[in-house]
Design a protein around this ligand. Structure first.
Ligand SMILES: *Cc1c(COP(=O)(O)O)cnc(C)c1O
Length: 467
């Protein structure tokens, strides 16, 4: 499989180079040159496969030419072996034709594990083959950092440094990162905000000499391999609930648009998806877009669902490229307009095409808590605030009257105990494998908001073995 950039000017790459590159050189995002497609009979033949087996089946066309079937199968088995539920992504029924898919049984209790566990294994595999090493540097406001650390810990070809804003992530989130004491992992608490952390990472990437010196890399949400791994659970839900013979819709709490875009990819690959229902919090740039056809930034306000507190949905560019018939120049022009003015107007035809598949709903904190409370009362199900927005969007959707709707639960309730307690009166406890999180020793380094100091730190860390 070959991959092309959404801006149309970067070189066409193979899977392994797309994996390591992340962002394309022209500023675009990589997508497969064409969509592999499964026939109805092929989808039927997926029934009964384990999650790992299904993952290999769904992703095989995307890695063709880079990984053998046996290599892919082994990586998939290893990636999902550590998940604590035997079904990996179990479904729970919450209504006549309403389901929740629990995507929080990985090592850090958020859905990001489903992609990052595989991406960690893929990085290690590809780098060893090429006899290379990388240094991953990333910034986190919470969930991504811990999922990336768990995915990269103890991998021979990877060093990883994660920055978080000192005192501004929750205790659970911080401890999920700082209690990983592996030799190839470092946590840096920066005196500043999440934006300061992101700017520091950008400063490192913008220093070409430093970038080459430590072989800098990233595993952020625009990496194609993360989207690819997320396609799998749409097929898992579909096949378990009767696809290809039963059509269904998915409701997805959305921030960077990576998760719900994977659902769109599944539709393009033959899974009979009717609607993709986007749920946003008060930071509702996507919901406003689907309502009016204009993408316009607006300041970010903190909410009960912090992993969706975003200003710009970076993966949306992939949908745009497809809706504009793969016209990279048109994407480039619109993104230029968006960068310059904080707003862009989608051409009418593209917007109409998107609206045939996507619906969107917004939930402020009060509506989020109300959904959590209502679900607890009617079904006993405890939802975290992000998952509640997905479930709430599914319940509001017009399609939910006569179509099977699967809402994606993206975090374990114990990751956001304060909100859950506020909504339901019950404080959720961490699952057994993390019950001692607050007794584990932490390791982190504190640093000012200083790019040069960070470079020295990263340099010393990556050179530690040769000292
Ligand atoms: C990252 C995250 C989201 C948003 O996912 P996107 O792919 O960015 O749309 C939703 N819920 C939780 C718990 C997350 O960690």
């Amino acid at each position: 499989m070959k991959y092309v950039s959404t801006r149309g000017k970067a070189p066409v790459l193979d899977f392994d180079d797309v994996l390591l590159a992340g962002l394309a050189r022209d500023g675009g995002l990589y997508l497969p040159e064409s969509w592999p497609s499964f026939s109805a009979a092929e989808i039927r033949s997926m029934r009964g496969l384990s999650y790992g087996e299904l993952a290999a089946r769904v992703m095989r066309p995307f890695v063709e030419g880079c990984l053998s079937d046996a290599e892919l199968a082994k990586l998939c088995t290893e990636s999902y072996a550590g998940f604590t539920h035997p079904a990996v992504a179990p479904l729970r029924q919450i209504g006549h034709n309403q389901w929740v898919m629990e995507l929080f049984h990985g090592p850090t209790l958020a859905f990001k594990d489903y992609a990052l566990q595989l991406v960690g294994h893929l990085f290690d595999h590809v780098l060893r083959k090429k006899n290379q090493r990388v240094t991953i540097v990333g910034a986190t406001s919470g969930d991504t950092g811990s999922a990336a650390i768990e995915a990269c810990r103890d991998r021979a070809a990877i060093d990883i440094v994660i920055l978080h804003p000192h005192g501004r992530v929750s205790d659970v989130q911080r401890r999920q990162m700082t209690t990983v004491l592996s030799d190839n992992v470092r946590n840096v608490a920066v005196d500043g905000t999440f934006d300061d952390c992101q700017d520091l990472v950008k400063a490192l990437f913008n220093d070409g000499a430093f970038r080459d010196e430590v072989n800098l890399s990233a595993v952020n949400s625009i990496n194609w391999a993360r989207v690819m791994a997320q396609i799998v659970y749409y097929f898992a839900a579909g096949v378990a609930l009767g696809a290809p013979d039963v059509p269904m819709s998915f409701a997805v709490p959305t921030g960077n648009f990576g998760n719900v875009f994977a659902g769109y990819a599944a539709k393009l690959m033959g899974l009979p998806i009717d609607k993709l229902i986007v749920g946003s919090n008060t930071n509702d740039i996507l919901t406003r877009f689907f309502e009016g056809g204009v993408m316009k930034t607006d300041g970010v306000v903190p909410t009960l669902s912090p992993s969706m507190d975003i200003q710009v949905s970076s993966n949306f560019e992939r949908l745009m490229y497809l809706a504009l018939d793969r016209d990279g120049a048109a994407v480039d022009a619109l993104m230029g307009e968006f960068r310059a003015h904080g707003a862009m107007v989608m051409p009418q035809g593209a917007w109409t095409a998107m609206r045939q598949v996507f619906e969107a709903y917004r939930f402020d904190d009060e509506a989020t808590l109300a959904t959590m409370r209502a679900l607890k009362r009617s079904t006993g199900e405890t939802l975290d605030p992000h998952s509640a927005i997905g479930v709430g969007a599914g319940l509001k959707s017009h399609s939910s009257k006569n179509t099977t709707v699967v809402a994606l639960a993206t975090a374990h309730p114990a990751k956001f105990p304060d909100a859950v307690e506020k909504a339901t009166g019950i404080r959720p406890s961490l699952p057994p494998h993390m019950a001692d999180l607050f007794e584990r020793p932490e390791r982190k380094d504190r640093m000012g908001n200083d790019a040069e100091a960070l470079k020295s730190y990263v340099r010393a860390f990556t050179n530690r073995k040769s000292v």
